[in-house]
Ligand binder design. Structure first.
Ligand code: FEO
Length: 402
């Protein structure tokens, strides 16, 4: 594995993170075509401090780096801005080598850690506005909950004008140059990361950005992706813009019709339903054969849609794999209450109807009507029913989105 060792952030702040070029999907579901980094930082204050650890898989590499900047036994504080194991995965191993270290985090973070790594560690709970004396430096804690877990905080180091933000202002982008002014264009990775991880929490993002506006920031140190030493304002501003758009202009009047179809019987229904939706009024309709769609494409379409109508044939008493993949791209947190429907062709039995409806209901979408399910080839009557279903769906969507 390629590694770049230690990177300078300021005279007293060092990046000791991990490059993960090989990861294909993050958290099993999020496409990471540029790989990712797990950023961890060392603050060389009178009281030696670590900000966030790394994923457990990289313990050996991370420990080697850590030892280059500090004797672990001298570490006094480990700041946990967020407890998801890509950042806290090596905390237990570190504490075994750092007996005087206290773990510092929000109340939620400390509670979660007791379940993640066991209860036997010393901790300090901090809330918005609290400070921590490091001797010649002072940490200031900023409450930034729900970005993207209830535990999240930001940590501000005024002496170095460095802001540590964990998942906020981060992205899955791995480049061994690490500095935002050297890695090239990563804007698409930044936008994709925002859309998938942070967009559902846009209101919280706007609150957090208001809190950091008065700070004289020199460098933003996120938990993933490039260190923002030059263009941090661009990425904070972009986050604010994306969050504002999500809050003020939620996706409306847009229907996603994903389907799979072995012999274009289900595919024909998709086209007729789309025709009906367009008859209902000004609604954007995306009809997509998802047989070869990537997780990223599915997530993008689902995120942007205010209505989703899912099509699958029944084959061997089951619906098909790409449709299960589509369900995996949905989340009740983001998609709860979206208008949903189903359709498909079947031969001997019609399990697709119940399976599509049940999965969408489990994901807390709002299932509309009975859907359109037909035996083998749709008849002309059934095509008309498909148009009528689409029209009724579209009218319900316009009423709901109004
Ligand atoms: Fe990068 Fe939510 O962990």
């Amino acid at each position: 594995m390629k590694d770049i060792g230690i990177m300078r952030v300021t005279d007293d702040v060092k990046w000791i993170g991990i490059l993960d070029f090989d990861i294909i999907t993050f958290d099993v579901v999020m496409e990471t075509k540029y790989g990712t980094t797990y950023n961890s930082y060392f603050i060389n204050a009178d009281k030696k401090t670590i900000v966030d650890t790394t994923k457990e898989k990289f313990w050996g590499t991370w420990l080697d780096k850590l030892k280059q900047v500090v004797n672990p036994a001298e570490i006094e504080f480990v700041i946990v801005n967020h407890t998801e194991p890509d950042h806290s995965g090596n905390l237990r191993h570190l504490l075994n080598l750092a007996p005087k270290a206290k773990v510092v985090g929000s109340g939620n973070a400390i509670r979660y850690l007791k379940d993640l790594i066991g209860p036997d560690f010393e901790s300090i709970v901090v809330k918005d506005g609290d400070t921590l004396d490091l001797g010649n430096k002072t940490l200031h804690f900023i409450g930034a909950p729900n970005l993207h877990w209830p535990d999240s905080i930001y940590t501000w180091l005024p002496e170095d004008r460095a802001l540590f933000t964990c998942d906020s202002f981060g992205c899955h982008y791995c480049d061994d140059k690490m500095y935002d002014d050297e890695v090239g264009d990563f804007d698409d990775a930044f936008k994709y990361y925002f859309d998938v991880i942070l967009k559902p929490f846009s209101k919280f993002m706007l609150k957090a950005i208001e809190k950091i506006k008065p700070l004289e920031i020199k460098v933003v140190c996120p938990g993933h992706g490039p260190i923002l030493r030059t263009k941090w304002k661009k990425y904070v501003d972009l986050s604010e813009k994306y969050a504002l758009e999500a809050v003020e202009f939620p996706e409306k009047h847009r229907v996603f019709i994903p389907y799979v179809s072995a012999y274009q019987k289900t595919g024909r229904l998709a086209g007729k339903i789309a025709e009906g939706i367009r008859q209902a009024g000004q609604i954007d309709v995306e009809v997509v054969d998802i047989e070869n769609a990537s997780m990223g494409e599915l997530e993008e379409q689902v995120t942007r849609a205010s209505g989703i109508i899912v099509g699958s044939p029944t084959i061997n008493q089951n619906i098909l794999f790409p449709v299960y993949k589509l369900f995996a791209a949905m989340t009740p947190l983001r998609d709860k209450g979206k208008l949903a429907g189903g359709f498909g062709s079947y031969g001997w039995s019609g399990e697709n109807k119940k399976m599509i409806e049940t999965n969408l209901a489990n994901l807390k979408l709002d299932y509309f009507g009975e859907g359109v399910f037909v035996k083998f080839t749709p008849t002309q009557d059934e095509e008309e029913q498909s148009i009528a279903y689409g029209k009724a769906f579209g009218e319900a969507l316009l009423a709901k989105d109004a």
